[in-house]
Ligand binder design. Structure first.
Ligand SMILES: O=C(O)CCC(=O)C(=O)O
Ligand SMILES: [Fe+2]
Length: 227
């Protein structure tokens, strides 16, 4: 079977290997903690970015933010009410952050999508979703040939939030409150490389304050956005 025979919705030795390699690397790192969730590989590391880096990234996001979009189009306009922007990979700070994420996870830079910045003001949210692609979606064939499934998600909180704005994993029964500078890393696949329904998550509405994050999603193969 070649990579492209895999439809993205089943077990996959290639995706299983990506999961195991990253997991082993994170577990060797004394700065990284695993969140206690039996059905999801999810890790956190405090102080991944320093306060100055967080402030600089917030300013870049403020300068570029546009209403967020969804892969599924604009039909669910209420679904993701934040503002977001793709961050310039040639900007020295953006490149440094991306490189640091790759060094932490061991994931190859060319599997990483463009770092995306996101800002949520009071009342804004990103409702329940999975970061992996549903193979029944009309956009899946295009995703399949441009890097395939999303394996790991990495996300850094760039601000504290006075109330609300937690990242909620309802099937795992926990939520993560934003802590400035902290990175959250999870595998969207199970140990055998099948999309993991326990990775379902939401950004809960911000109640007070402004939440900023940067997110980088990694594909199972090199990401070739224009292929
Ligand atoms: O902002 C968050 O807490 C989650 C964001 C998210 O799920 C995403 O960007 O895919
Ligand atoms: Fe997400």
């Amino acid at each position: 079977m070649t990579d492209l025979d895999d439809d993205g919705g089943t077990a996959s030795p290639a995706r299983a290997a990506i999961g195991a390699q990253v997991q082993a690397r994170l577990e060797r790192n004394p700065m990284v903690s695993r969140i206690d969730a039996p059905d999801l590989a999810i890790y956190g590391r405090q102080d991944f970015l320093n306060p100055q880096e967080c402030a600089d990234l917030r300013a870049i996001i403020d300068a570029g933010a546009q209403p967020s979009t969804l892969f599924s189009g604009s039909a669910n306009a209420d679904y993701r009410t934040s503002h977001s922007c793709n961050l310039d990979p040639f900007d020295p700070l953006i490149k440094a952050v991306s490189d640091r994420i790759c060094a932490l996870t061991g994931l190859p830079a060319d599997h990483g999508e463009t770092l995306q910045g996101q800002r949520y003001t009071s009342g804004q949210e990103y409702r329940l979703h999975c970061d992996y692609f549903p193979v029944t979606a009309d956009y899946w064939p295009a995703m399949r040939v441009t890097g395939g499934q999303r394996s790991w998600t990495t996300m850094v909180y760039l601000s504290p939030v006075e109330a609300g704005g937690e990242t909620h994993f309802p099937h795992c029964e926990f939520m993560v409150p934003p802590v400035e500078g902290m990175i959250l890393i999870w595998n969207n696949m199970t140990a055998d490389g099948t999309p993991n329904r326990f990775s379902l998550h939401a950004a809960r509405p911000v109640e007070q304050g402004t939440k900023y994050v940067v997110t980088k999603w990694f594909r199972e193969r090199p990401w070739t956005p224009r292929a």
